[in-house]
Design a protein around this ligand. Structure first.
Ligand code: NAD
Length: 269
């Protein structure tokens, strides 16, 4: 996608952090934006701010854990704008804690938002993009944690590894239709992610906390800085969009370890 002027973009998790940063950059480049977020107040504030940039915007209260809510988002987008060109599939939550303490409730909460949610939204909007037959682009937000497991935050890294796999498959599937797909792998970004615990359902058992993320992202890159990086990545149809170079060595070590496994295959007799 060369230009964002007049394009219609849907941003899940657009009420805060990285989603809001990307939405602002898109609006600045002339795109009309639908902000979808479970936090209605945040979605409304974000959409109103974009309206001030001279583009059209809409906020839709959306829970990516619910198929009906995702369907309603698609219907509201079509009703207001007639179609869609760009999906920023970004809503997510974090949960820290030691592997041994992860409960089934923890696993379900994180996987349901971060992976199943990306699947629900991705499948719904990919179908629309295909039907329209006018190309487009999808950005699925994973994380460097989708490649590098830090031990703590197991459900989170598992969910993000799943997003990488989903996004890679989607890129292959949509390429013949002229629809680009990028996997966004941010490093540390200073957002509200450590407040994800507020979105837990009542009565769930937990062995971790979202707040555990705070020390790792406070002082990190600002979400406003991520927006322009993502726009460059979309223009170039990059398969992976990274936000900083600090993790390069850890990636190299991981892939060297994997490749070394092949060196150990015993010769066939
Ligand atoms: N902050 C980082 O360091 C970092 C690093 C790598 C990846 N990420 C990923 O970036 C994405 C955005 O996170 P962020 O850091 O901007 O955090 P954030 O908390 O500031 O923003 C996430 C938004 O998603 C919304 N959300 C959560 N659950 C939802 C649901 N069920 N339905 C709809 N909306 C929901 C929240 O209300 C919030 O507005 C997430 O997928 C996160 O995993 C963040």
């Amino acid at each position: 996608m060369e230009s964002f002027e007049g394009k219609i973009a849907v941003v899940t998790g657009g009420g805060s952090g990285i989603g809001r940063g990307i939405a602002t950059a898109l609006a600045g480049a002339g795109a009309h934006v639908v902000i979808a977020d479970i936090d209605g107040e945040a979605a409304k504030a974000s959409a109103e701010e974009l309206g001030g940039l001279g583009v059209r915007s809409l906020s839709v209260v959306t829970d990516v854990r619910e198929t009906a809510s995702v369907d309603a988002l698609a219907a509201a987008t079509r009703a207001e704008f007639g179609g869609v060109d760009l999906l920023i599939n970004n809503a997510g939550v974090y949960l820290g804690g030691e592997m041994r303490d992860v409960t089934e409730d923890d696993w379900r909460f994180v996987l349901d938002v971060n992976l199943d949610g990306v699947f629900r939204v991705g499948q719904t909007f990919a179908r629309i993009l295909r039907e329209q037959g006018r190309g487009g682009h999808v950005v699925n937000t994973a994380s460097v944690g989708g490649f590098i497991s830090f031990g703590a935050g197991l459900a989170y890294t598992a969910s993000k590894a799943g997003v990488v796999a989903y996004s890679e498959a989607m890129r292959g599937d949509l390429e013949p239709e002229g629809i680009g797909v990028s996997t966004l792998c941010p490093g540390a970004i200073d957002t509200n992610l450590p407040a994800s615990d507020r979105l837990r359902r009542e009565g769930e058992k937990t062995g971790g906390s979202s707040e555990a993320l705070s020390p790792f992202i406070r002082g990190g890159m600002k979400p406003e800085e991520v927006g322009p990086i993502v726009l460059r990545g979309i223009r170039a149809n990059l398969p992976y969009i990274f936000t900083d170079d600090g993790m390069r060595e850890l990636f190299a070590q991981r892939f060297e370890t994997i490749l070394a496994g092949f060196d150990q295959i015993a010769p066939a007799r």
